[in-house]
Design a protein around this ligand. Structure first.
Ligand SMILES: [Zn+2]
Length: 259
């Protein structure tokens, strides 16, 4: 297991201060149909059983990230609670949504964020592209949850054995060696171009080069999103925290990386 930028300790998160504003009424409505008693009691329950906390009532980025990681532990342990997957929750969200986090990840069918974090409908706003590559159109979608809906947390989630990163790595390595890239019968020129900075950043790292590139791509994406015109001020004000993480297909675990 390579260790580029991977930290065993979760770094201290800034506390989000964004108001949930118009979402309050919705949260209150959802409280009424929640089985949790809320707050600390919900957190205690989540740490010892398969019940999920009342995700929609969480306010700070730190609380929300803790809840996502707790949901991920349930998923990795095969103890998912599958919260908010019922008609009541669907109905309660008809008039509006107030997702507490945005998640930007890969299209890989094995990396389904609502399952990986054991969240329900309305909890997280997900954008997915191959290897979470982005352009102006995609980054506007990624920024929508934090900028328009006051979600105080944005998670960039790479993953082990990413096919798009592997394909880009192989194409760039072949080009560097003056060789023809392997013919897969399809072309990903935009994705390869988008991943070239991660390839270059990973060249100085030890360990598996594709793993290093996956982590470098997450870190570069976090940095770029922090500077997005819709997000830079929120980040500067402490109203938005952007975290980078990598998902292991083998263990099901999400590990935060320094970004
Ligand atoms: Zn992927």
């Amino acid at each position: 297991m390579k260790s580029l930028h991977v930290s065993g300790n979760r770094r201290k998160l800034l506390t989000g201060t964004a108001s949930i504003g118009a979402a309050s009424a919705l949260v209150l409505a959802l409280d009424a149909c929640s089985t949790d008693t809320g707050g600390a009691a919900a957190s205690e329950t989540a740490s010892t059983a398969t019940e999920a906390p009342d995700f929609k009532s969480l306010e700070t980025a730190e609380e929300i990230w803790d809840a996502l990681l707790e949901g991920n532990r349930r998923w990795a342990a095969g103890e998912s609670a599958h919260p908010g997957a019922d008609a009541e929750t669907r109905q309660a969200l008809v008039e509006g949504q107030a997702p507490r986090a945005a998640v930007f990840t890969c299209v890989d069918s094995r990396v389904a964020p609502e399952l990986v974090f054991d969240t329900g409908v309305g909890d997280i706003m997900v954008t997915r592209t191959a290897a979470n590559t982005f352009d102006p159109l995609v980054s506007e979608s990624v920024s929508y949850g934090p900028a328009a809906l006051d979600a105080p947390l944005l998670v960039v989630l790479g993953h082990q054995k990413c096919g798009a990163v592997t394909a880009a790595h192989d194409a760039l390595a072949a080009a560097e060696d003056g060789e023809e890239a392997e013919d897969h019968g399809y072309e990903l020129p935009e994705i390869v171009a988008s991943l070239t900075p991660a390839y270059e950043a990973a060249e100085t790292e030890s360990g598996d080069p594709v793993d290093a590139m996956i982590s470098a791509n997450v870190a570069l994406t976090v940095q770029a999103l922090k500077e997005h015109p819709n997000l830079a001020e929120l980040v500067a004000d402490g109203a938005l925290t952007v975290v980078g993480a990598v998902y292991s297909l083998e263990t099901g675990a999400v590990t935060e990386i320094e970004a």
